[in-house]
Write a new protein. Sequence first.
Length: 132
Amino acid sequence: VIVTHRIDDPPSAEDLPPADAPVALFEIFSRSGSGISDRPAALSDYLDGLTRLAADYGGIALGTYEVTGVLIGDGRDWDEARVWWFADPSDLDELLGDPRLAELTAARDVSLSDSYRLVLDGVQVEPLGRTP
């Protein structure tokens, strides 16, 4: 996947609490392969809702990225990705088990052709604000 540009501002280092074992939730979304220019309302609603829900569990949105291209050998075009950071893996586990997330995801999926959700362990995010 090629990240074409970040479409929001990253948090500052002061926004992140100390963490011994931080994790990240990485999601990538596919609709038409045309980037963010035609983001459906259902995906916007999902991203807004997940940002609020993740915050309930200590999650901090690290960034939203417009992307182009395919995952290795995959053949599908992607449009955008979002990354959330959690200081404690159990906080992310609780979010992933929250029925409100399942509802948000089901409503989002009707507007997508595909998505991936990955949990990344031992995430190092310093220095924040780097351009990809």
